[in-house]
Design a protein around this ligand. Structure first.
Ligand SMILES: [Zn+2]
Length: 76
């Protein structure tokens, strides 16, 4: 079973002029958030409400990327 390991980019809901970042979030968490309205937890530990889909060209959270790159490929 690897379906729960699929990750998506989700934009953090920034409220000020901080740069918009995308975090890696497990798809299962995104689905859960859509149903329950709760916040999601990114790989880096950041928690935020899912507001937007990924927009091309926006930077990816460096912490999420580092963790994602360190994850074993091909599932288990
Ligand atoms: Zn992150």
């Amino acid at each position: 079973m690897t379906s729960t390991e699929v990750l998506e980019h989700v934009q953090e809901d920034t409220t000020d002029d901080a740069p918009e970042l995308f975090h890696y979030v497990r798809k299962a968490k995104i689905a859960e958030s859509a149903v329950l309205g709760n916040w999601v937890v990114a790989l880096c530990g950041e928690t935020f409400p899912v507001t937007k889909a990924a927009k091309p060209g926006s930077p990816v959270c460096p912490d999420c990327k580092k963790i994602f790159d360190a994850m074993p490929k091909g599932g288990k």
